[in-house]
Design a protein around this ligand. Structure first.
Ligand code: CDP
Ligand code: MG
Length: 699
């Protein structure tokens, strides 16, 4: 096999790194950045004084690249070469090269601000512009001046605008490693297909029956599409006349693939057999599959976007950017000239696609990030003025500050509280960390951990059911607990507890039509969260981790109360004379309970007056997903806090208003505050009146 391009530049790289604290390295996907740079620096002695850290935005990439490097060095994974991803650590005292997700490195920097155990930090895949890598860029910039010559930073990317990053790091050198890409012929569709799955299917079958040997890589938008596509492809390939073309094997490639399936994609194909790999955009740059000659590009990608003005997430299928389209095409020309079938017209590529993908920091909820920054205790930190490569919108920063304030992580002057500090130590989103801390106070920590673990493992109990072929089942699906009418969090708790009582068996999961792997993961997360809570406590008596074996309504009530604290920013009130809810706070909007929810009304079918929700999704109407009923008395303190809120103070600089926003903005903001105060006051009054009226009715 040809030498990887990175290796041909080994001497130049080593010299440049020796002479500079920060170096940007730009090279084609597949040139060896992820697997070779760490090994080069290891060989040259950089791992003697400290470890070499390589960050990856994606968990799968961290694991797969670490596995590959361990293999190349002939060591056991977890020994000299290891990895750390959230809830899974395969590294040890003798680890010299450690692959980790960017989120994990951020977390490590909390307990060791200067990241002293690392002599080299490689921020890999920087072009992905993941939220955490962007924050790391800002953090590492501070570290470089702090640690001087005993830290080397490499920033690598396939497509990143090197000049921009170089400027950010006071004009550090940029090394361009030319790849050995073969020409790729691009074939465009006349128009956008109405159904891109069908259209991809047809294109693939055409290639398979008419073109020369060579693997096919198809870009789909997500796991569901991939599964649909694979099923159809396998059917159609079976129908092809025997001997009319070569054999084919169809393989999926996406982020939630079990490890044994990933290995299949990276192992060599059987002889005389074409591999057809159906992937998400993970195959664009993070993972390289050898042997691809044909690429089928639908031109779409699934993107999670957060809208700070509505607090709502949407998972949209959107058009890719031109940079992405070129990356996808490039995958076809790694070993020989290739072809890329673009299922869109050239005009679309040229006129409709954005130049580059919008960085995640500009489309995410930033509560976790802002809490992290606050917990670092950086001197002179004003969140609204932190040194970002690309600044998130003021609106999303304010949204984050508000949320943190409402759940007591920061005080009204924007200073991080004791609660906020504890929260930042937990590897969970702020709402769940806050819930755990409150649950500990209320004596239901074990149960809250269960809910947090189930949510982290993304177990969806109701929507996944009834898929699959019922005829394949020997037994009918056993019914699940129903949350006792209190909603989905309580149901998640009950599901886990039933599984616990059944001895955590796989059979139980199968009988109840729940993913075994997901439940096993939840169990593991539960254990780790317990350990973290124990470690955090100065005195063991501070954490009460005894599970309640005999469940009573009062225990559910405590748990719901803890959840109400954590979801202070995600509170909704039932509207009178209307079948729905209205969100409380700055964003007054109409909401529906997601159809998959088990939240139930009372005898008359009337839903609870107040609920909290885990997330809002636009599909396209605002739905609350994972809903839990709460009591008005718990909501009132949160409404009170809303009255006092001044977002400029929260940002951490009292003079920020004058300096940053200018006059026009100032007027705008104060108007908003006035209207909100009035709004909240009205709400509390209205709620109280209703409450009293109901009480009156009952007595
Ligand atoms: O990071 P970059 O895209 O520059 O390349 P890389 O991930 O270091 O991959 C270099 C080569 O290693 C690729 O051509 C793959 O053939 C191989 N590789 C592999 O076989 N299995 C992996 N899990 C990762 C890389
Ligand atoms: Mg890479």
């Amino acid at each position: 096999m040809a030498v990887l391009p990175i290796l041909e530049f080994e001497d130049t790289i080593v010299e440049t790194v020796a002479a500079n604290p920060v170096v940007v390295i730009i090279g084609e996907t597949g040139s060896g950045k992820s697997t070779q740079l760490s090994q080069i620096l290891h060989r040259r002695g950089y791992s003697k004084k400290g470890m070499i850290a390589v960050t990856q935005p994606r968990r799968v990439a961290a694991v797969s690249v670490a596995r590959r490097v361990a293999q190349e060095l002939g060591v056991r994974l977890g020994d000299e070469v290891g990895y750390t991803i959230r809830f899974e650590d395969r590294s040890s005292d003798i680890t010299r090269i450690k692959y980790l997700t960017d989120g994990c490195l951020l977390r490590e920097s909390l307990s060791s601000m200067d990241l002293n155990k690392y002599s080299v930090i490689i921020l890999d895949e920087a072009h992905e512009r993941s939220l955490n890598t962007d924050i790391l860029l800002g953090l590492v910039k501070r570290l470089v001046s702090l640690r001087g010559s005993n830290l080397k930073v490499l920033i690598t990317s396939a497509t990143l605008d090197g000049v921009k990053v170089s400027k950010f790091f006071s004009n550090c050198p940029v090394l361009n490693v030319p790849g050995t890409l073969f020409p790729v012929e691009k074939l465009y569709s006349k128009e956008r297909p109405t159904n891109y799955i069908e259209s991809s299917l047809k294109t693939v079958l055409d290639i398979h029956t008419k073109e020369q040997p060579g693997d096919i890589l198809i870009f789909m938008t997500g796991k569901d599409d991939i599964e649909k596509m694979i099923k159809k492809l396998e059917e159609r390939i079976m129908e092809l006349e025997e001997g009319s073309c070569m054999d084919a094997v169809v393989l999926p490639l996406h982020g939630s693939l079990p490890p044994e399936m990933q290995v299949r994609v990276f192992s060599p194909p059987p002889p005389n057999c074409r591999r057809i790999i159906v992937a998400t955009n993970i195959a664009e740059t993070s993972l390289t599959v050898d042997g691809v000659v044909y690429v089928v590009d639908s031109g779409y990608v699934k993107q999670r976007q957060y809208n700070p003005s509505t607090g709502m997430y949407s998972l949209d299928v959107v058009q890719i950017s031109r940079v992405q389209a070129d990356q996808r095409a490039g995958r076809a020309g790694r070993t020989q000239p290739g072809k890329c079938y673009r299922l869109y017209p050239y005009k679309t590529y040229l006129e409709e696609f954005l130049d580059a993908t919008i960085p995640e920091i500009q489309r995410s909820s930033l509560a976790g990030t802002v809490l992290y920054l606050k917990s670092l205790d950086l001197p002179d930190l004003d969140i609204l003025r932190f040194d970002f490569l690309d600044r998130p919108s003021r609106e999303s920063l304010e949204d984050a500050l508000r949320q943190l304030y409402l759940i007591d992580a920061i005080d009204e002057d924007g200073v991080i509280t004791q609660i906020g500090r504890k929260m930042s130590e937990l590897p969970l989103e702020p709402s769940l960390s806050r819930t755990l801390i409150e649950a500990n106070e209320l004596g239901c920590l074990f149960e809250a951990l269960t809910v947090a673990a189930m949510l982290s493992a993304e177990i969806s109990v109701n929507s996944a059911r009834s898929k699959g072929d019922p005829r394949k089942r020997k037994k009918p699906i056993s019914p699940l607990p129903d949350g006792s009418g209190f909603g989905d969090h309580i149901q998640l708790l009950q599901v886990y507890e039933s599984w616990d009582r059944a001895g955590f068996t796989a059979d139980w999961c199968i009988d109840h039509d729940i993913q075994v792997r997901g439940m096993m993961f939840a169990k593991d997360v539960h254990k780790q969260l317990r350990q973290i809570m124990h470690k955090m406590a100065k005195d063991p008596a501070e954490v009460d981790l005894a599970p309640k074996r005999r469940r009573r309504e009062e225990d559910y009530r405590k748990l719901r109360r803890a959840l109400c604290k954590g979801y202070g920013n995600q509170l909704a009130e039932r509207m009178l004379h209307h079948n729905g809810y209205r969100s409380i706070g700055f964003r007054s909007q109409l909401l529906q309970v997601h159809p998959s929810s088990v939240l139930k009304g009372d005898e008359d079918g009337v839903l609870p007056d107040y609920v909290v929700y885990h997330e809002l999704i636009a599909t396209p109407h605002p739905f609350m997903r994972n809903v839990c009923s709460v009591e008005m008395a718990w909501a009132v303190p949160i409404l009170r806090k809303l009255e006092k809120l001044d977002v400029n103070k929260l940002s951490g600089a009292s003079d920020v208003r004058k300096e940053v926003t200018g006059v026009a903005d100032e007027v705008n903001i104060s108007n908003k505050e006035v209207s909100v105060e009035k709004d909240v006051g009205d709400k509390i009054r209205a709620a109280r009146e209703r409450y009293l009226a109901r009480k009156g009715n009952k007595s």
